[in-house]
Design a protein around this ligand. Structure first.
Ligand code: CAA
Length: 381
């Protein structure tokens, strides 16, 4: 296996790093406090070609792969994990729903181009109040009426919900078949009567990312917006979540690396008992332990991205990557706060935000217990 990144991958990493340092870092604390998403910076990331990386140029993307995309999510998440998840959901979960669907080329272009260029956001409407880990338990319905479908129901925890122009909405076309009766619809949230943004969530972390309910009340969408055959919605959601988990893994890895770098810098500077705290061997041993875990998580993630890009099955490697990268994010950020002491607990030192941001990465796009179920289930099949 070749662990070297190509020149192009290094260039993308550098573009994302520079964007994160120069554009995202100023104001990241204030945006966290105010729960404000930097829409203008999102457009800028699109202009830099960072958003649609893994999709072909014909649909507005950059014609590259998940490896390049993971590198970009990792870099921006070192600085601003809220930006990282907004980007990841738009690209993997919304973009993946359309790209992996049965839609024809023209429909894919229509619903992906502006999203890939970062001009508008996409969201992913699967979860409902009683259908979280049990994603097949959705009760939102879509009833055919002439050339339209009429959608009724409520989708919750929609990342990008209040911002998104488009949402990939999973609804039952044959309710009696339960999960096997799901289909996926693209809803133009901003231009379709009958859909509205409900409660906007007030969150512990990723506070600048916008997360809300989407409420559908006799919402009519053209039949052409159904992008799967009847009954194929659950499989599309699962395939798309496999892609999304690579994005969340990259977000987790970025958070871990960002907190680790800040802790190292602090520990070299901070003096107690007449010497930098970095010279304390106990702290060095713990930092060494974390450095090994970050390195291990990184290669599990890159393997998942490579599996995706080389056309191999990647459900398992994506679940493993999501599991190890996000658990590492939580562990590293907790230690970063601990080793930075009272300062680590304060907003201006960034790591307390990273610790709050890390927690949700162990929960969304399939809790880490669901990832264990996916990996454990395959071991004994
Ligand atoms: N790819 C393709 N098909 C898949 C698949 C995959 N990865 N996983 C399952 N399937 C197929 C199965 O082959 C099976 O097909 P058949 O019926 O034809 O045999 C069908 O789907 C049902 O599979 P299961 O019986 O395994 O399904 P299940 O109901 O037991 O659920 C699960 C499995 C893994 C627990 C799944 O429900 C799951 O992933 N749950 C977590 C949901 C989740 O991640 N939600 C996050 C939502 S997004 C979010 O977090 C918000 C945000 O904006 C960030």
């Amino acid at each position: 296996m070749n662990f070297e990144l190509t020149e192009q991958q290094l260039a993308i990493k550098e573009t994302a790093r520079k964007f994160a340092e120069e554009e995202l870092l100023p104001g990241v604390i204030e945006r966290d406090e105010a729960s404000e998403f930097p829409v203008d910076l999102y457009h800028k990331a699109g202009e830099l070609g960072l958003i649609g990386l893994p999709y072909p140029k014909e649909v507005g993307g950059q014609g590259l792969g998940y490896m390049e995309y993971a590198l970009a999510v990792e870099e921006v998440s070192k600085v601003d994990a809220s930006f990282g998840i907004s980007y990841s959901v738009s690209t993997s979960l919304y973009g993946g729903s359309v790209w992996n669907s049965a839609a024809d080329d023209e429909t894919k272009k229509k619903f992906m181009e502006e999203v890939c260029k970062g001009q508008v956001h996409g969201s992913f409407g699967l979860t409902e109040p009683n259908a979280g880990s049990d994603a097949g338990g959705c009760i939102t319905t879509a009833v055919k009426d002439g050339d339209e479908y009429v959608i009724n129901g409520l989708k919750c925890f929609n990342t990008n919900g209040p911002l998104a122009r488009y949402s990939a909405v999973y609804a039952l076309v044959e309710p009696e078949k339960k999960a096997k009766g799901l289909a996926c619809f693209i809803v133009d949230i901003k231009n379709t009567p009958g859909v509205r943004v409900g409660k906007i969530e007030n969150k512990m972390g990723i506070r600048a990312a916008q997360v809300s309910e989407l409420i559908f009340e006799d919402c009519r969408v053209p039949a052409a917006n159904k992008i799967t055959a009847d009954g194929d919605g659950f499989k599309l959601a699962m395939q798309t979540l496999d892609c999304g988990r690579i994005g969340v893994a990259a977000q987790g890895l970025g958070i871990a690396e960002g907190a680790f770098e800040r802790a190292v810098a602090y520990m070299k500077e901070r003096e107690q008992f007449g010497k930098p705290i970095a010279t304390n061997q106990y702290l060095q041993f713990k930092m060494a332990d974390l450095a090994v875990k970050i390195e291990a998580a990184k290669y599990v993630l890159y393997k998942a991205a490579m599996d995706h890009d080389t056309g191999k099955p990647f459900s398992q490697s994506a679940a493993k990557a999501k599991y190890i990268c996000t658990n590492t994010a939580m562990e590293v950020t907790e230690w970063a706060v601990q080793f930075m002491g009272g300062n680590g607990y304060m907003r201006e030192y960034h790591v307390e935000r990273m610790m709050r941001d890390a927690k949700i990465t162990q929960i969304y796009e399939g809790t880490n217990q669901i990832q264990q179920l996916i990996v454990g289930g395959a071991l004994f099949r």
